[in-house]
Design a protein around this ligand. Structure first.
Ligand code: SDX
Length: 384
């Protein structure tokens, strides 16, 4: 039975698709036009001209840095690249067959054990912790991968950028400038994105005045899902299953016929092309061509063509995960590390949103519409 709702009466908004749950000055999305801006700067101009470190400064300080400010911020990050000794010890105790996102969630949580400021929610302490989280996550991911492969650990190189230092740790050798730049651009594109599920989850956690590390653990667990950050891995699984160009059409049409979701397509907000996907497509082509992976790019564009004909009318276009799969694979990232790449970047957005949430905080606690029975009489167990 539906009852007429009085004005201002609470309404059920499944998935909160039509609910504004926060204000933010970090990223703006126009889903109908396919626009994404970080603090007013279009994502395309940032991907072309900026660096991940500069974008983190922009998101956290709401403005682009002057040269001296960027140098000082970069130095502050680099001072924090290394892990606490206890975290290195824990890392090598991790089961080698652990899924990387489980390992990352556990290791980020472990960082709090070695941070004397873990429960200090002052803006300055949270800013220092945000620096540590962005700075240390690369070493956690790269060295867990080395550990699980039985390789010796590699310390971060604080004379290089986050992207370059990560790839040096991961591969045990310095990356080419092109590959380091490709990862740097991916980190820029994934850094923040409004109130996506993992960012919302982080805000819910910090809104209880819990701590920043706990909020990051919440966010990592939320990002892992294939409807969210886990989709980039699923795109690669799909490309591997398809294997060759001639199998693209039957594979995709079969999935559409079964009403299966095509990973890397669709978006809660974008009903036009995700601008990050547009940029990544161009980038993926260049990186795939440079690394002998054009077959992945060509299969991807064929999938995009079929989907455009079948579902673009429903506002379903490639999202950020679709072409990031080809890019990550082409720069030598293992498939099951793709979502960790997403987290390595988004930890900047998550921590920025947590600091923003605490500025004028209100506990985030929506309602549920109870649809169960009422006023039942308790029956002794013998009489049930
Ligand atoms: C990210 O929110 C963010 O900002 C996230 C993100 C970020 O930067 O943080 O952008 C990153 O998570 C990108 C999305 C990655 N996920 C995927 O690629 C998984 C596949 N996509 C879908 O599951 C889906 O598009 C969602 C979950 C992303 C959004 O779905 P909604 O908004 O809840 O919409 P819906 O599931 O109700 O779908 C509406 C219709 C349905 O058809 P009908 O039942 O109305 O006939 O569109 C169809 C869906 O079946 N549809 C798809 C589809 N996505 C939606 N059909 C085929 N393939 C798809 N991918």
């Amino acid at each position: 039975m539906t009852t007429a709702t009085a004005p201002n009466a609470p309404i059920l908004d499944k998935g909160l698709a039509n609910t504004i749950a926060a204000e933010t000055q970090m990223s703006f999305i126009d889903g109908s036009k396919g626009v994404l801006e970080y603090v007013g700067y279009d994502i395309d101009s940032l991907a072309r001209n900026s660096t991940f470190e500069e974008v983190v400064f922009l998101l956290w300080n709401r403005r682009l840095p002057k040269r001296a400010e960027l140098d000082s911020f970069t130095a502050e990050l680099r001072r924090e690249y290394d892990l606490p000794a206890g975290a290195w010890k824990l890392l090598v105790e991790m089961p080698r067959d652990a899924a990387p996102m489980h390992a990352l969630r556990t290791l980020v949580s472990a960082l709090s054990l070695f941070d004397a400021e873990a429960d200090d929610n002052s803006p300055d302490a949270n800013r220092r912790k945000a620096i540590r989280l962005v700075a240390k996550t690369p070493a956690l991911i790269a060295n867990f991968d080395r550990h699980r492969k039985g390789k010796s650990l590699v310390k971060p190189d604080s004379t290089h950028s986050i992207a370059n230092s990560f790839l040096s740790m991961l591969n045990g050798a310095a990356p080419t400038d092109a590959v380091a730049r490709a990862l740097d651009v991916c980190l820029i594109l994934h850094a923040d994105h409004g109130l996506n599920a993992s960012t919302f989850a982080a805000r819910v956690t910090i809104s209880t005045l819990s701590d920043l590390y706990s909020a990051m653990v919440t966010a990592i667990g939320t990002l892992k899902g294939p409807l969210h950050g886990g989709a980039n891995e699923e795109v690669m699984v799909m490309l591997n299953e398809i294997e060759s160009m001639d199998r693209v059409e039957p594979y995709i049409r079969g999935k559409l016929a079964r009403k299966d979701r095509i990973m890397g397509f669709g978006h809660r907000v974008y009903k036009a092309l995700d601008p990050r996907a547009g940029y990544l497509k161009t980038f993926a082509k260049q990186v795939a061509a440079d690394t002998g992976n054009m077959h992945l790019y060509e299969m991807s564009t064929r999938i995009e063509q079929i989907m455009a004909a079948e579902v673009a009318s429903k506002g379903i276009y490639p999202n950020v995960d679709f072409y990031s799969a080809t890019t990550y694979h082409s720069i030598g990232i293992d498939l099951d590390l793709f979502t960790c790449m997403f987290a390595m970047s988004r930890i900047a957005g998550w921590s920025g949103h947590c600091i923003e949430q605490l500025d004028g905080n209100k506990l985030i606690r929506p309602m549920a519409d109870y649809t169960g029975p009422h006023a039942l009489r308790y029956q002794p167990i013998e009489k049930r």
